[in-house]
Design a protein around this ligand. Structure first.
Ligand SMILES: *[C@@H]1O[C@H](CO)[C@@H](O)[C@H](O)[C@H]1NC(C)=O
Ligand SMILES: *[C@@H]1O[C@H](CO)[C@@H](O)[C@H](O)[C@H]1NC(C)=O
Length: 286
């Protein structure tokens, strides 16, 4: 997970939910990535150690200046924060002895054992680097601009693939395969192109779709009941998708802590509230 002061309340709830639903919490190791430019690493470290005295974790600095120049503005300013792009660099940031991780956003809670998600098989194809739930009913074309689709040298990137939307907030990542195929460079190439011609409108998601869509290992939809934060503009209340639930994800503009604090919660925000360790507006000690 990434870690910063803005989303700390979400991260703490996510951590608590992972631990509470794990049959073997002592086997879980958390890897947090935090912006190297911020001075928050030490206080975040203290907050985590104090709140979870037995938590096994490491904090890694992300040189966010490097990616800042590659970010083009999207439709929601929160998506343009450099730390949001740290997921592109996980295989380089984490120790090379780590072979596989589960990446999680900070605006979600698990209600099932994360070991089941972590055990997702990625198959024998070395080009399969990610596992995530796919949504083939979503309109994939809408994630890219008409200038992308009308340029055959670009749109041909999907030739021979059956690309479907997937949400990058919950992913099982094979770090070894990622490093071997240098997927970070592939993602960066698309971000550089986006600086020159607008090929998409969202933040860190479209480059992931460009590089991986149509070639990811399946995960049951129960592991990412996403969109509970509403859309990118208004953050309206949303209902769960049909089917079982192992993970609730408040992706979109509305965050449960903000709506609870404003006394305007959505019905499903009540499922997040039991994991809220920082009910009162929280200030880090200097
Ligand atoms: C976090 O604190 C522990 C001691 O409590 C220390 O060993 C570790 O290096 C610290 N990590 C960071 C990233 O500050
Ligand atoms: C999918 O999105 C594209 C681009 O926004 C749009 O032109 C097209 O009509 C949409 N297709 C469907 C089936 O909604």
């Amino acid at each position: 997970m990434t870690l910063d002061t803005t989303y700390l309340r979400g991260s703490m709830a996510a951590i608590l939910s992972v631990l509470q639903h794990s049959s073997c919490p002592e086997n879980i190791i958390f890897h947090f990535v935090t912006a190297a430019s911020s001075s928050a690493a030490a206080p975040l470290n203290r907050t985590l150690s104090t709140s979870f005295p037995y938590l096994k974790f490491q904090i890694y600095p992300f040189r966010d200046g490097a990616v800042a120049g590659l970010i083009s503005t999207s439709i929601r300013s929160a998506l343009d924060c450099p730390l949001n792009y740290a997921r592109n660099y996980m295989p380089d940031l984490l120790p090379s002895c780590l072979r596989k991780v589960v990446y999680l956003d900070s605006d979600l809670v698990l209600v099932d054992d994360i070991a089941k998600l972590a055990a997702t098989p990625l198959g024998d194809d070395p080009n399969t680097v990610l596992a995530a739930p796919e949504y083939c009913n979503a309109n994939f074309s809408a994630y890219f601009t008409p200038s992308f689709w009308s340029n055959p040298s670009l749109s041909l990137t999907f030739a021979g693939r059956k690309p479907c939307y997937f949400n990058t907030g919950v992913m099982v990542i094979d770090l070894q395969r990622w490093r071997a195929g240098d997927y970070t460079a592939k993602i960066q190439d698309w971000m550089e192109l986006q600086k020159r011609m607008r090929i998409y409108e969202l933040g860190s998601l479209p480059p992931f779709l460009l590089v991986f869509a149509g070639n990811i290992a399946p995960v049951d939809h129960r592991w990412n009941q996403h969109g509970l934060g509403g859309d990118n503009f208004r953050g309206l209340c949303r209902d769960l998708h049909p089917g079982p639930v192992s993970l609730l994800h408040w992706s979109g503009k509305g965050k449960p802590w903000a709506r609870l604090d404003a006394n305007r919660p959505c019905p499903l925000d009540a499922l997040w509230a039991p994991y809220d360790l920082l009910q009162t507006p929280y200030a880090l000690e200097a």
